[in-house]
Design a protein. Structure first.
Length: 319
């Protein structure tokens, strides 16, 4: 299979992710109308673990974890719980597209964490694009804050947790198969959710009360876990087939599909100010992706003049 043949399924799987992932948000919003946010969060990970277990058995993957992988996985599970909880709490009252648009400041947060915490070299242009992207998020937050109050800030929490999730996933991918990683994260997240729900029930916190779904709401909670499992596996294998630099711009398609589903299911449609903010966030994000691709190209060693093209390093043949 040549390089082009591998990119095409990667792109197809990324488009599948962008189509299926908003169904997580739709199912979350439907479930959260009657089910506590904490229970919806728990349900996602219980369903994910139940779906991944037979896949791991079928693939005969190694379940064991090294000590380092254990702690990385636990941290990944913790930020995944935080990301899921804050987003479900947001879409319970906010339109899906509005909440998701704010979450898309996540690449800017990763960039800032890289510069401030990991001392990575980040140019002034990318920093400026990050600032512009945050301004776009304010365009979306402002009308939502006026209508829904502080809950409009929850997607910023989701973006922060998801940025950490991405960084931890990169670190953990060196130690685990992606399928096993999904399973262990789901198990660890379930273990973290249960005591939180027990405490929430004991102290009378409605969003963390351990209350079982009823009737049709079982289906919506199951749908959250099913859509999360399928979409994230699609993204995992998309990244296996195609470079992240190729797939990253496609991720913004998720805003389009989220807007479509939000309109079809809930009748929500972003207003002009929200669309302006979405446009700013998308353009800023695409510019950062463009700058990172340029930087990656410049960092590649040039093949020697006497080296045949077929013998050149694989990285030199990516684009």
């Amino acid at each position: 299979m040549d390089h082009t043949d591998r990119i095409l399924p990667g792109v197809a799987l990324m488009i599948a992710f962008c189509t299926i992932a908003p169904l997580i948000d739709v199912a979350s919003k439907l479930a959260a109308q009657q089910v506590p946010v904490g229970v919806v969060t728990l349900g996602r990970f219980v369903v994910q673990a139940a779906l991944m277990a037979p896949i791991i058995l079928f693939m005969r993957l190694d379940w064991r974890l090294s000590r380092r992988a254990f702690w990385l996985n636990l941290a990944r599970a913790a930020v995944s719980v935080g990301s899921t909880y804050t987003f479900v709490a947001a879409v319970k009252v906010m339109p899906v597209a509005d909440a998701l648009a704010i979450v898309f400041v996540e690449p800017f947060i990763i960039l800032l964490i890289g510069k401030l915490v990991m001392a990575e070299q980040v140019g002034s242009r990318r920093l400026a694009a990050s600032v512009v992207g945050f301004v776009g998020a304010l365009f979306v937050i402002q009308p939502s804050f006026a209508v829904f109050g502080p809950v409009a800030l929850y997607p910023l929490g989701t973006a922060f947790f998801f940025a950490l999730y991405i960084l931890l996933t990169r670190a953990l991918s060196r130690h685990m198969h992606p399928v096993t990683m999904q399973m262990h994260t789901a198990l660890a997240a379930t273990a973290l959710c249960l005591p939180l729900l027990a405490l929430g029930t004991a102290f009378g916190e409605p969003s963390l009360s351990l209350v079982a779904p009823r009737g049709l709401f079982w289906l919506w909670v199951f749908g959250v876990g099913l859509a999360a499992t399928v979409s994230h596996m699609a993204m995992t294998y998309a990244l296996k087939f195609a470079p992240s630099a190729t797939l990253a711009p496609l991720h913004y398609l998720e805003i389009v599909t989220a807007t479509l589903f939000g309109y079809l299911v809930f009748g929500d449609f972003p207003n002009a100010l929200t669309w302006a903010g979405i446009a700013i966030i998308v353009v800023s994000g695409l510019y950062i992706i463009h700058r990172e691709r340029l930087g990656a190209r410049q960092a590649r060693p040039a093949p020697r003049p006497d080296m045949p093209a077929a013998a050149a390093p694989a990285s030199a043949l990516q684009d």
